[in-house]
Design a protein. Sequence first.
Length: 88
Amino acid sequence: LGDAIKQFLQKSRIKGSVQALQIEEAWEQIMGKTISKYTEKIQIHGKVLYITTHVAPLKQELQYQKPQIIERVNEALGEKTINEVVIL
């Protein structure tokens, strides 16, 4: 049953939404409490992770951490899903 669900999600358009929810749930463990607290929204479109925050210093910090974010998120999802991060 688990394999069938995985295959369905691979072919489905809701895969990005499900993965975004998985990332949101694990965001504090992935990035820490402070970053998690000031992150407003996380979305996935294709292989791009969109992170929304209105805190200017955090935006700048996240810009520097893009490679680490990609690595940590892909590790948390258990597959190479993300290859780009956009900070909004």
